[in-house]
Design a protein around this ligand. Structure first.
Ligand SMILES: Nc1ncnc2c1ncn2[C@@H]1O[C@H](COP(=O)(O)OP(=O)(O)O)[C@@H](O)[C@H]1O
Ligand SMILES: [Mg+2]
Length: 239
């Protein structure tokens, strides 16, 4: 990531639309999205099921390409770069917590987190990576589950491995899709603390999709997605 990106917005989305094919017809999934996020800003997005929240995260991560409009992340215009460059950008700068975890089933919790560090090319030694991965799992309360395969973990535990994997590289941008959706209140509160720490200590921007009002209340900004349109949440503070 280039350092000059720190002066401007980390995310700059202009008039972005996403159409997806469904059989013969084309569905308008994201409708003229305009969205800017500064480094270290924490933004919460709520909205009904099927409104396009996950699709927006896919577009922000480059896993889905906007059909039209501009998506610029950390100064990189996604329309001008190919899949390989996108993948490099992603693994160096982005942490993604998927709604359905997407852990690698044949790897243990520890190995899932290690893999994230290995591909991020942090310059750490193997010993440093192992310590860092272990610490990340301890922080999410899974110090005693490191050698478990995902299939031997509960949904909430898998979600926490997903969080550890996404945060272990200290990404500039964390995209989290209902990150506390499978957690009890106490565990959720701990995880929220870790995400806010990442924003504060490491200047990371955090975009989280959440229906948890106590989580949304702590964000710097609250937005709402409705039928593919992103607007300020009702009652949200003006800038
Ligand atoms: N691959 C796909 N092909 C066609 N339609 C899709 C695809 N993925 C999601 N959709 C549709 O896009 C809309 C938004 O989905 P999604 O972004 O997952 O919503 P949310 O996360 O807000 O529940 C839904 O109507 C969903 O059915
Ligand atoms: Mg979703």
């Amino acid at each position: 990531m280039t350092d000059n990106s720190m002066n401007g917005p980390l995310i700059d989305v202009r008039d972005a639309n996403l159409f997806l094919k469904s059989g013969e017809s084309s569905l308008h999934i994201l409708n003229d999205i305009n969205f800017q996020v500064m480094p270290s800003e924490v933004v919460a997005i709520a909205g009904p099921s099927g409104s396009g929240k996950t699709s927006l995260l896919m577009v922000l991560s480059g896993l889905e390409r906007a059909t039209s409009g501009k998506v610029v992340i950390a100064g990189h215009d996604f329309s001008g770069i190919d899949e390989d460059e996108l993948a490099i950008l992603r693994r160096k700068n982005l942490g993604i917590v998927f709604q359905n975890f997407h852990l690698i089933p044949s790897l243990t919790a520890f190995e899932n987190v290690m893999l994230s560090l290995e591909i991020a090319e942090t310059g750490m030694s193997l010993a440093e990576m192992r310590d860092t991965a272990r610490q990340a799992l301890e922080e999410v309360g899974l110090g005693d589950r490191m050698t478990h395969l995902p299939s031997a973990l509960s949904g909430g535990e898998q979600q926490r491995v997903g969080l550890a994997r996404a945060m272990v590289t200290k990404p500039h941008l964390l995209l989290a899709d209902e990150p506390t959706g499978n957690l009890d209140q106490d565990t959720g509160a701990k995880i929220i603390e870790l995400m806010f720490n990442l924003a504060r200590k490491h200047n990371a921007a955090v975009i989280m999709i959440t229906h948890d009002p106590s989580l949304a209340a702590r964000a710097d900004r609250r937005l709402s997605m409705n039928r593919g349109q992103l607007t300020d949440a009702p009652g949200a503070d003006a800038e």
